[in-house]
Design a protein around this ligand. Structure first.
Ligand code: TXA
Ligand code: MG
Length: 315
């Protein structure tokens, strides 16, 4: 069954907010590209989102918020972030900052990182939905992983129509390119992904912008970023049972100290992965992990687990 393309009437915006609250996926217009939106606080909805995109691993997602107060609730806005926000928000600019203690965005949406990417979109339909929904919305581009980003509702219907619950039509995206991403955790902000807001425009606010990677076709790999998060404990993968002193992270019939999904459901396992790793890491030095099938979301789970098991490269 294909999702219908809905005009952005107040009723449909309300319907979109209700769909998000119920754990559904809604394609939304933004000024950059169409986003595949899910409730950023709901790990099950985020797991569904990764599955719908067919992502081979869990990229950290951008959380979209309605206003600066909500941004400050999710992340610690540094001086650099506040000055850039004053100039460029709402708009096609995303900041990476440390997560705040009041952060409502789940671990899975942040790919287990202690940082968060935040953006206030300028598109009136995205803004209205954020206002009505009231919380942070995670939204990567609404295309299958590795394919071209959609810039109108028809693209989304063609590529993802059977994977989303609703498509809000807000006309063609005016920018057509994903937002510029700036890491604001460093004393001097660093450009992580080029976009339509140019380095020169940013340098009018922050003269010493560091160029992390200026090539829009090769944004800094989230895979590299994932290395920054690794449990303190050592991980032994594909384990059938725990050895003495190990905690066991089970899956399906291979039970353990904790079980990612006793019924062997990969979406449930993805939902629990980061929280369970964190919880075992707090109490054990060694963690054995049951085999996870490689089908569907299992590929992303295994990718994440093998990164977490490789603690040597952590910087
Ligand atoms: O224009 C856009 O930004 C679109 C529209 C829909 O808003 N959204 C978008 O979101 O491109 P997304 O989730 O696909 O962007 C994810 C990228 C990651 O690949 C990574 O480069 C960066 O955002 N990112 C997210 N969290 C990060 C973090 N904590 N640290 C560094 N980079 C992060
Ligand atoms: Mg994309």
């Amino acid at each position: 069954m294909s999702a219908s393309i809905a005009p952005p009437t107040p009723e449909n915006i309300q319907r979109a907010a209700d769909t998000l609250r119920a754990g559904g996926l809604v394609a939304i217009p933004t000024e950059t590209v169409y986003g595949l939106a899910a409730n950023a606080s709901d790990p099950q909805a985020i797991a569904r989102l990764f599955a719908a995109k067919g992502r081979p691993h869990f990229n950290p997602l951008i959380s979209h918020v309605a206003n600066i107060d909500s941004a400050a609730k999710q992340g610690t806005l540094t001086k650099g972030a506040r000055e850039l926000a004053a100039r460029f928000w709402p708009g096609p600019l995303t900041f990476v900052v440390d997560t705040a203690s009041t952060c409502e965005v789940c671990d899975l949406a942040r790919a287990g990182l202690d940082s968060i990417a935040l953006r206030i979109p300028a598109h009136p339909v995205a803004a209205a939905l954020l206002q009505t929904f009231g919380g942070p919305i995670a939204a990567p581009s609404a295309n299958p992983s590795g394919q071209i980003s959609p810039t109108d509702a028809g693209h989304v219907a063609a590529d993802m129509g059977n994977k989303v619950d609703l498509i809000l039509d807000g006309g063609p995206s005016t920018e057509g390119l994903e937002s510029t991403i700036i890491d604001c955790r460093t004393a001097t902000p660093t450009l992580l992904r080029a976009g339509t807001i140019s380095p020169e425009a940013i340098e009018k606010v922050w003269p010493n912008l560091k160029r992390g990677n200026e090539d829009p076709s090769a944004p800094r790999s989230p895979g590299q970023l994932l290395r920054h998060y690794a449990p303190r404990a050592s991980l032994r993968l594909n384990a059938r049972q725990a050895k003495a002193g190990e905690a066991m992270l089970g899956f399906g019939v291979i039970d353990g100290t904790l079980n990612l999904s006793p019924r062997g459901d990969l979406t449930e396992a993805a939902t629990n992965l980061f929280a369970m790793l964190r919880s075992l890491d707090a109490n054990y030095d060694r963690i054995a992990v049951a085999p996870i099938p490689h089908a569907g979301l299992g590929e992303a789970i295994n990718d994440r687990l093998s990164r977490a098991a490789n603690t040597v490269d952590v910087t």
